[in-house]
Structures are given as C-alpha cells and as structure tokens.
Design a protein around this ligand. Sequence first.
Ligand code: ZN
Length: 205
Amino acid sequence: MIEKIINKKDGSIRNNLLIGARQCPSPNCDERPSDCEPDLIVIHNISLPPNQYGGEGIDQLFTNTLDKDEHPYYADIHHLRVSSHLLIRRDGEVVQYVPFNQRAWHAGISEYQGRDVCNNFSIGIEMEGSDFEVFTEAQYMALEEAIRSLLNTYSSLSATAITGHEHIAPGRKTDPGPFFEWQKLSTMFSEKLPADASCMKKENT
Ligand SMILES: [Zn+2]
C-alpha cells in the first residue's frame, strides 16, 4: 500500500516516494534481495509510441494496460512486465511507478562491475526521449533534483555510481543513447562519471 503523500515540490523523499512526483503505482516490482541496498542509478530513455512524446503509453506499459490495437508497436510489447522507479517527461514532470526500496524491472540481463542482475541493487530513471534527439533542459533540471534527493536519502548511493542502460547491457541496449549528455551530469555532481564516453572502458581485461 502506497502511503498518501503531500503533493509539495520540496524534492524530498518520504516513505521511499519522491515528494512532488506524480505517483502512478506499477505492479511490476517486487522485494529487493535481503541486505541489498540500492547503490547504482541507471539512466534509460523511452518513448511510446517510439519517438512520440506526451502520450499515455509509458504509464500504460508500466501498469500493464497498454492497448495492443492502439499502435502496431504496442502489439509487440503489450505483454512485457516492466517498470522503472521514475520517468522524467519532456516538460520536466516526474512520475514515480515503484517505491525506491522495491525492485523495479527496468534493467533486464545486465552487469555492473562484475555484478549481474542490476535490478537487485539499482534505481531506474527513464528519460522520455529517444536515441535520436536531445533531451530538454527541463529534464536535466528535474533529473538533477531527483538524483540529489536520492543521494541525500540513501547513503548507499553515490554520485560516482550513475550509469546508462547501454553500459550495463552493451550490445543489447542502446539507451539513453548518444544524445544524453553525461558531461552535464558530471558537471552537476562534480564527478567524472564512468559512463562519460571519454573515460568509458572495461574495468577488467
Ligand atoms: Zn533502458
């Protein structure tokens, strides 16, 4: 049961929910393994229908209510059981589908620094967008605010442990894609993020 929250944009987190986010609970989540604290933030992109923005498709996919007849692409994906913790829409609206202490189903087969099943220990943030277009300033501002709230709330998280879906599932996933500005994130948090292309390399040989 999701506790009722005060809809106040103070950017804080209470009961594992981001205050000010629109809550749209997804059934596609479960418990994290015991003693598994989130210590990684994974950035994605998504748009439904592909490359179209502002519709209901993402909410519907994450709540298992996507109508397979509404768009040809939906016939291929309506059966998926997926979710993320947060979605940041083009106008900066933040939507939360899964409480942060729960395991959202966003990463699939994945590996980060020798650990697989990244869903166990990560928080997934979707940016509404595609591999072919820049993200909006409103999105970066909302992303920064959300990540700051997460870092302030969960001591297991770190500004150095922020990566992309493409980096934990190389060859299988391409998001958030070439238009996501890792450099902007590095600057925001005064960190050289490992996913920043200039220093992206395999840790082990
Ligand atoms: Zn993804």
